[in-house]
Write a protein that binds this ligand. Structure first.
Ligand code: 3PG
Length: 398
């Protein structure tokens, strides 16, 4: 994959539009989780050190093309200011237009500009070229460090690269480097798949192509049981997913490793009493909320052999202590291995942070949907746009 790298080009004094993904959770008007913001700091520092004027672009939530006060970026600006005490964060109340242009022209170091939520304009999600051009006219070059939104064909991710030389930011490079290791793994390669969403067929098929073994946990396990006629009680399972996994089981009977026991409850409640049962003993009034101790042991036996481990989706309902054991213990175990360990998908990363295990993994992707699409082998529009820009502008920049 040929992209412009920030490290290879003289940037001195340039005005740079830096697309980031600061789509972070807010609570009581404050940023509740700043990991996505922190992940972009190396790129911001790099640009500031080169004397660049940095103009940050991001979306937040789904305002649907109109101004929504609760989705203004002021809390993000406050958080960023705390993370960058040597800079002055100037939050602007719009992202295009003459006032914005004029303010940027009056820039003075150590100012860093944060433009208002891009999705206040419907044209952002419509990939509108006029809107993209209006953004592009604010700067001399564009950097995409927003891996997490690069699966969206939006104006600030895609069309903007038609107007400016477009570079991959340091976070973008890191995401591509590590997630690519999942697709071109050192073997044995073990994929661990869980989570509550059952719409991961593409990813499952990819796992079966790339991995030596695919370990199944979370709600993803239930269609696999049902496909073999094993009752799953009240555990979540659609008939469509049963049909799909039936075919996968037929084609890959040895590769797919299923749970041998579960922790079940009589109701979906954090206070429900929990009990361990073997996989074929889930009663009709029970709901399985975690993997049992024998499954944890079984999964460890496979994981121990892995040179590359890819994990998507928690193994149980980790939000409740009683049902968090498998996710926590397997997380701790993977962290203790020397294998390259890659976490793709927001929820698993969130679980590893909750258990203070994030630093024990080789890479935790900042992407949710983007990481899943990348791992499934799809071309992300944001990355394709960087490749096109490289081809178009490389002669000028060489
Ligand atoms: C994310 O949080 O996954 C990205 O920011 C994309 O957000 P979206 O699903 O609202 O497009």
């Amino acid at each position: 994959m040929a992209l412009f790298s920030l490290r290879e080009y003289p940037l001195a004094g340039k005005i740079v539009l830096l697309r980031v993904d600061f789509n972070v959770p807010l609570e009581n008007g404050n940023v509740a989780d700043n990991n996505r913001i922190k992940a972009t700091l190396p790129t911001i520092h790099h640009l500031v050190e080169q004397g660049c004027t940095v103009i940050l672009l991001t979306h937040l939530g789904k305002p649907g093309g109109k101004v929504v006060s609760s989705l203004r970026l002021d809390p993000v600006a406050t958080e960023l200011q705390q993370l960058l005490p040597d800079s002055q964060i100037i939050k602007l109340n719009d992202c295009i237009g003459k006032d914005i242009q004029d303010r940027i022209k009056k820039k003075k170091p150590p100012e860093i500009f944060l433009l208002e939520n891009l999705r206040f304009y419907a044209q952002e999600e419509q990939n509108n070229p006029i809107f993209a051009h209006a953004l592009a006219s604010l700067a001399e070059m564009y950097v995409n460090d927003a891996f997490a939104v690069s699966h969206r064909q939006h104006a600030s991710v895609d069309t903007i690269t038609r107007f400016l030389p477009a570079f991959a930011g340091l976070l973008m490079e890191k995401e591509i480097t590590y997630l690519s290791k999942a697709l071109h793994p050192e073997r044995p390669s073990i994929w661990l798949m869980g989570g509550a969403k059952l719409d991961k067929v593409d990813l499952l098929q990819q796992a079966l192509r790339k991995a030596d073994n695919v370990l199944i946990g979370g709600a993803l396990a239930f269609p696999f049981l049902k496909a073999q006629g094993i009752p799953v009680g009240l555990s979540k399972c659609s008939s469509q997913s049963v049909e799909i996994v039936q075919k996968l089981l037929q084609h890959h009977p040895k590769k797919i490793i299923l749970p041998v026991d579960f922790v079940v409850a009589e109701s979906f409640s954090s206070r429900a009493s929990a009990q361990v049962v073997t996989y074929n003993r889930i009663q009709h009034q029970q709901i399985a909320l975690d993997l049992g101790p024998e499954t944890i042991k079984l999964f460890k036996r496979y994981l121990r052999k892995g040179q590359t481990i890819v994990w998507n989706g928690p193994l149980g309902y980790f939000e409740w202590v009683k049902f968090s054991q498998a996710t926590k213990e397997i997380g701790r175990f993977i962290g203790s291995l020397t294998a390259t360990s890659i976490v793709g998908g927001g929820e698993t990363a969130e679980a590893m942070r909750k258990f203070h295990l994030d630093h024990t993994f080789t890479h935790l992707s900042t992407g949710g949907g983007a990481a899943l699409e990348f791992l499934a082998g799809k071309t992300l529009p944001g990355i394709a746009a960087l490749e096109r820009s490289y081809k178009k502008f490389r002669k000028i920049y060489r």
